[in-house]
Design a protein around this ligand. Structure first.
Ligand code: DX5
Ligand code: ZN
Length: 225
């Protein structure tokens, strides 16, 4: 019922393949793949080539979070590179409905992402077409930022809209998710939890079991909900 999605943004990029197989072996469900363009957000990360390179390493879904503007041109490249879910920010697309259609035409699941100050009215006419709604609990661009509590109210509002729609839509939270707040976030309605620094920052690099410990701790909190 709950899915844990480590964000590889906080992984050790010098050994990315190992970092991915280790979190999946530790029981994580989804690989969250943060794409930043130094334009829509003030940081620059990874693109389709890296997605293609990690694709053979795991059967887990690759959840591509596009923080890029414009969106449409890069969508087919990620679909070809093996992305399963492609999410984008409504402010970064001139034609939101068209971008959702493009993602689905490429055979991927489509997600819409809401920044802390982005209103939910973007859901009004497209909710039925979405497979995932991602609520940002930090401003996008960097790992390791503090959780913005207002995101809990937003999650509750979106949970209600998803339940009323009767559709199967994942409700994902991204930013500042830790062992000490994941249960509260789940109670607000999230079912999919991105965690970057909480997972990849856990323990010492030399300890091969550190991901088992942190993923189990997150799951233990979720089991209390
Ligand atoms: C931020 C990214 C996040 C980030 C989360 O723009 O979208 O996925 O990696 O990192 P933590 O879990 O450290 O807040
Ligand atoms: Zn993200």
């Amino acid at each position: 019922m709950y899915r844990i999605a480590p964000s590889i943004l906080s992984a050790n990029f010098a050994k990315l393949g190992e970092e991915i197989t280790n979190v999946i072996d530790a029981g994580a469900d989804i690989i969250h793949f943060d794409v930043m363009d130094n334009h829509y957000v003030p940081n620059l990360t990874i693109g389709p080539l890296v997605c293609e390179a990690i694709r053979p390493l795991t059967d887990a879904m690759i959840d591509v979070h596009l923080m890029v503007e414009p969106v449409d041109r890069i969508v087919p490249d990620f679909a070809k590179a093996g992305a399963n879910i492609i999410s984008f920010h409504p402010e970064a697309s001139r034609h939101i409905d068209r971008t959702i259609g493009l993602i689905k035409d490429q055979g991927c699941k489509a997600g819409l992402v809401f920044n802390p100050a982005t209103p939910l009215h973007y859901l009004d006419h497209v909710l039925d077409k979405l497979d995932l709604i991602l609520i940002m609990s930090v401003n996008p661009g960097f790992g390791g930022q503090a959780f913005i509590p207002e995101a809990l109210n937003k999650l509750k509002a979106v949970r209600k809209r998803i339940d009323e729609s009767g559709k199967t839509i994942l409700l994902e939270i991204d930013g500042g998710v830790k062992v000490d707040n994941i249960a509260e976030i789940a109670r607000a309605g999230a079912d999919t939890f991105v965690a970057g620094s909480a997972i990849y920052g856990a323990g010492k690099d030399s300890d091969p079991h550190r991901y088992d410990t942190i993923v189990s701790a997150l799951r233990a909190e979720l089991s209390k909900v």
